[in-house]
Design a protein. Structure first.
Length: 263
C-alpha cells in the first residue's frame, strides 16, 4: 500500500509536468506482478469452472419484492466480508436492489407499467466486456482477467484514487472511507478483508469458481439467477438469452455488460 501511494504521487507529478507515466507504471506492474495477480487456483480434488466470458442472467419475473432478494445479498456480503456501516454515505455494496428508473434510467418512461416501476431489480458489477473502470485505473489494481472476462480487483495495488468509481457508469464500486474490519459481523477467514482507502466490488465469485462452485448469489436464488459462459451456445445463459427478451443496463454507453435481465 505504501509503495502504491509512492507510485501514485510519482504519477501525479509526471502528469502535472505533462510527461509520460508509462515507465513508472511498467516498473510498478513488474514489481508487483509476482504475488498480486490472482489466477484461478484449483483446490485438491476440485475442478475449476471455466468460461471464455462469464455472464449472469437475472430472471426478474421470479422476484416479487425486495424481501426475496435479501438472502442473495446476505449470502454474498457474508462470504466476502462486506462491512455494514450505519452511515449510508459509507455503505459498501457488492450486490443490492435498485428501482427500475435507477437501474435502467435510459429505459424509464412515465407511462411504464406499475409493476415494473415498483419492482426492485438486483444490481451488481456487470463485468463489462469493454470496462471503462479498467482503463481508468492507473495502477492496474482493476483488471479484466483475459482467461474468463471477470473484472477483478487486486486490493494491494489499490491506491484509493477512485478514478474507477468515476469511470463506472453503474455505481458498482464502493470506497472504504473507514477501516471496514470492525464493521464485519463475522469475518470469513477464507476471503481477504480490506482496509481504509481501498475500493471494492463484486468479483463474480472468482474464488468459488476456482474450486468448482457457482457464485453464492446464484446458489441462493432458487433458479432466479443463472450463470454461465456467454460464448458457449449450449450454456444455460445463452439459451435463456436466446429464448427470452432481455435487457442490459445503459447499453447505449457501449460497455457491453455481462449481466442480462429477463423482464
Ligand atoms: S460495472 Fe462498472 S465496475 Fe463493473 S466492469 Fe462495468 S464499469 Fe467496471
Ligand atoms: S481506486 Fe480504483 S482506479 Fe484507483 S487504484 Fe484503486 S482500483 Fe485503481
Ligand atoms: S457473483 Fe458473487 S461476488 Fe458477485 S454479487 Fe454474486 S455472490 Fe456477490
Amino acid at each position: 500500500m505504501e509503495s502504491s501511494r509512492r507510485i501514485f504521487f510519482k504519477i501525479a507529478g509526471l502528469s502535472a509536468l505533462g510527461l509520460s507515466t508509462k515507465p513508472v507504471l511498467d516498473a510498478f506492474a513488474k514489481e508487483q506482478a509476482q504475488d498480486t495477480l490472482p489466477e484461478p487456483q484449483t483446490q485438491k480434488g476440485a475442478e475449476a469452472l471455466i468460461a471464455r466470458q462469464w455472464a449472469m442472467v437475472i430472471d426478474t419475473r421470479k422476484f416479487n419484492s425486495a424481501e426475496d432478494m435479501v438472502p442473495l445479498i446476505k449470502a454474498c456480503h457474508k462470504i466476502h466480508n462486506v462491512p455494514k456501516f450505519e452511515n449510508k454515505r459509507h455503505e459498501i455494496k457488492w450486490i443490492w436492489e435498485e428501482e427500475y428508473h435507477n437501474a435502467f434510467p435510459m429505459k424509464a418512461s412515465k407511462f411504464i407499467s406499475e409493476k415494473v416501476e415498483h419492482t426492485p431489480f438486483l444490481v451488481l458489477c456487470n463485468h463489462c466486456e469493454n470496462p471503462p473502470c479498467v482503463r481508468a485505473c492507473p495502477t492496474k489494481a482493476t483488471f479484466k482477467r483475459e482467461s474468463d472476462g471477470i473484472v477483478l480487483m487486486d486490493f494491494h495495488r489499490c491506491i484509493g484514487c477512485r478514478f474507477c468509481m468515476a469511470a463506472c457508469p453503474f455505481g458498482a464500486r464502493s470506497f472504504n472511507f473507514r477501516d471496514p474490519r470492525p464493521f464485519i459481523t463475522k469475518i470469513n477467514k477464507q476471503f481477504p478483508t480490506r482496509m481504509k482507502g481501498v475500493v471494492e466490488k463484486c468479483n463474480f465469485c472468482a474464488e468459488r469458481l476456482a474450486v468448482g462452485q457457482m457464485p453464492a448469489c446464484v446458489e441462493a436464488s432458487n433458479g432466479a439467477l443463472m450463470f454461465g459462459d456467454l460464448y458457449d451456445p449450449e450454456s444455460e445463459v445463452r439459451k435463456l438469452i436466446k429464448t427470452n427478451y432481455t435487457i442490459r443496463r445503459k447499453q447505449a454507453l457501449g460497455t457491453d455488460p455481462a449481466v442480462y435481465y429477463i423482464v
